[in-house]
Design a protein around this ligand. Structure first.
Ligand SMILES: CC(C)(COP(=O)(O)OP(=O)(O)OC[C@H]1O[C@@H](n2cnc3c(N)ncnc32)[C@H](O)[C@@H]1OP(=O)(O)O)[C@@H](O)C(=O)NCCC(=O)NCCS
Length: 161
């Protein structure tokens, strides 16, 4: 069945959370912190990452676009609009693992770029981890240029003074 891109609906929320947690194993900062420092509080990295999806769905100046195959969400991209700066941002992008490599991620990115243009953005931003080879291939291939690299640190402060 062909994949179509449409805005997310409230009824997608559970499925999009599932896509988020499945998609970001090994390629999220939340997971990396847990790998290095161990469990934090009562929640795991997946619960923390899943909350990002809620932020994406609930934000006022943003939208989530869904890749829909036969009525089921098989991927999504989230967008934020900074209208004053005219800078759009893509916080999250994920495609269900068994359907990757078929162009769905690229379709989502192209739909996101078109939406940024429609919303009057001048520039769009996206980030990827250095050890995410798909992101590092895909983003330049749709036209993003690398502008900076960042290193993320975390420290366990329980019991320290
Ligand atoms: C990133 C992601 C959304 C891409 O979705 P997708 O549907 O597989 O994307 P596409 O099929 O459109 O494109 C994937 C591209 O990566 C390439 N690719 C696949 N595996 C690769 C690898 N190991 N190294 C380099 N490139 C790779 C594919 O060949 C394809 O490029 P091409 O179109 O030039 O041939 C998907 O892999 C995903 O959900 N990953 C987990 C979550 C994630 O990493 N999100 C992004 C966080 S920054």
């Amino acid at each position: 069945m062909p994949v179509v891109i449409r805005p997310a609906r409230e009824t997608d929320r559970g499925r999009l959370r599932e896509l988020t947690v499945e998609g970001f194993v090994g390629v999220s900062i939340d997971h990396a912190i847990e790998e290095k420092l161990g469990p934090i509080a009562a929640t795991d990295w997946a619960a923390r990452k899943g909350r990002h999806l809620d932020d994406d769905m609930d934000v006022v100046d943003g939208v989530v676009l869904v890749a829909d195959e036969s009525g089921e969400a098989v991927g999504y991209v989230s967008l934020r609009f900074d209208r004053e700066a005219q800078v759009g941002r893509i916080p999250n992008l994920a495609v269900w693992s068994s359907l990757r490599g078929q162009g769905i991620g690229r379709m989502l990115l192209e739909a996101a770029l078109a939406r940024f243009r429609d919303e009057g953005m001048a520039v769009a931003r996206i980030e990827t981890l250095e050890h995410n080879p798909i992101g590092r291939h895909l983003y330049p291939s749709v036209g993003f240029v690398e502008v900076a690299r960042q290193v993320h640190y975390a420290i366990d402060v329980r019991g320290s003074r």
